[in-house]
Design a protein around this ligand. Structure first.
Ligand SMILES: Cc1ncc(COP(=O)(O)O)c(C=O)c1O
Length: 399
């Protein structure tokens, strides 16, 4: 009943899209059913006192893992490739980020973080980490190997996010990793935008690859989830910290993550194609000054994206010509198919205004016009373009 693809993850002929479908499946253990059951579990009973004393059991306790959590962890591990030795599941993307930082850093350590980082990551560094005696220096996301000049004897980790999820600078992760590793620091990456399907973070130099599973893994805007994939240099510390903090994810949310993962390949391919079509359409609009989409050469780090990434997801930004915010609001309010809301990675399209000016500390954000971030969902792309066209008409009327 069990297929070879389920038990031999090293089979080289299996491509990532196939791994998404077969990874972590164990039909023999599940009575032939394709999917694992959702184990609602805390206590595990042992057959005898001797077994209990010797801890002779496959699963020890609900918090420490169940067949449901193991299925998603295994699927993600297979997707990441052989460099991945373990995956931890956390209750949100932000929890995955904060737990990873706590796992790697200690009092007196120094951390380097990209200035383009997701803002709550910055808040965690400037708040909780500072209170625990860990200092953070922010750096220009385009610094590449120049990061070497910022390394201090106490620098323990470099945090990268490629591309930034508002401003879209694509970082040179291999160059940063080479400089970091030469000085004994680990590289932590928020890889939510590309996922391991389009950027093999652990093969490109990251030691820990973090995803907000809330986005493309879940894919339906109905779950909060975080994942961290670690290589051999980082896994023991990550696992130990997750266990010590008592972190775990509810089984229904894990199941939604696993279910979403199975279709992530086809969804991402559609986000990629539709996103590119809308990005090119926007680039030709007279209202748009610049499109910040990694696959377009108007995006900082486009050449790095072309070298290191095998695809793009549906998230990108535009810089508009200098319109009043009220006109931009009229544009956004007119949109019918684009919702106005945080997060992304679901089936639905989104558009939000943003401004990084007050957030940046290492670089200056001066785009020269208002900025809008789009998430291109799974609607018909021509309907989305029609919606944007009506939005621009409202913008013109509001000028
Ligand atoms: C790039 C990035 N990383 C992490 C997160 C945090 O994920 P979560 O909302 O699951 O905590 C987000 C959420 O928007 C994000 O955009």
């Amino acid at each position: 009943m069990t297929k070879k693809s389920e038990v031999d993850p090293s089979r080289p002929q299996l491509r990532p899209a196939t791994r998404l479908v077969t990874g972590g499946r164990d039909t023999a253990a599940n009575h032939g059913f394709v999917n694992p059951p959702v184990y609602h579990a805390s206590t595990v009973l042992y057959p005898s006192a001797e077994d209990f004393l010797a801890r002779r059991t496959r699963y020890a306790y609900g918090r420490r893992g169940t067949p449901t959590s193991e299925a998603l962890e295994t699927a993600l591990r297979e997707l990441e490739g052989p460099a991945c030795v373990g995956v931890a599941l956390l209750p949100s993307g932000l929890a995955a980020i904060s737990t990873t930082l706590l796992a790697i850093l200690g009092a007196g350590d120094h951390l380097l973080v990209t200035d383009s980082v997701y803002q709550p990551t910055r808040k965690f560094c400037d708040g909780v980490l500072r209170r625990y005696g860990i200092t953070t220096t922010y750096y220009d996301p385009m610094i590449g190997g120049g990061i070497a000049a910022l390394m201090q004897p106490s620098t323990r980790a470099v945090f990268v996010e490629a591309p930034g999820s508002l401003s879209f600078e694509v970082q040179d992760v291999p160059a940063i990793a080479e400089a970091a590793h030469a000085r004994g620091a680990l590289v932590l990456m928020d890889n939510t935008w590309a996922s391991p399907l389009y950027f093999r973070a652990l093969d490109k130099g990251a030691d820990l690859s973090i995803q907000a599973g809330t986005k493309y893994i879940g894919g339906h805007s109905d779950v909060m989830l975080g994942t961290v994939s670690a290589n051999a240099a980082a896994w023991d510390r990550l696992r130990g910290t997750v266990h010590a903090l008592g972190l775990c994810v509810g089984p229904d949310d894990i199941y939604l993550g696993l279910r979403g993962l199975r279709t992530m390949g086809v969804r991402l391919a559609q986000h990629h194609q539709a996103g590119l079509k809308v990005a090119h359409w926007l680039a030709a609009r007279p209202e748009v000054a610049r499109v910040l989409h990694p696959a377009l050469d108007t995006c900082p780090g486009h050449a790095t994206w072309a070298r290191d990434f095998s695809g793009a997801s549906g998230l990108f930004s535009v810089i508009l010509k200098p319109f009043a915010q009220s006109a931009v609001n009229a544009f956004l309010n007119e949109l019918d198919l684009f919702g106005i809301g945080a997060s992304w990675g679901g089936f639905e399209s989104l558009a939000i205004p943003f401004d990084c000016t007050a957030i940046r500390t290492a670089t200056k954000w001066a785009p020269g016009g208002p900025t809008v971030r789009f998430h291109i969902g799974l609607e018909d792309v021509d309907d989305l373009i029609g919606d944007l066209e009506r939005g621009f008409a409202a913008l013109a009327a509001a000028r």
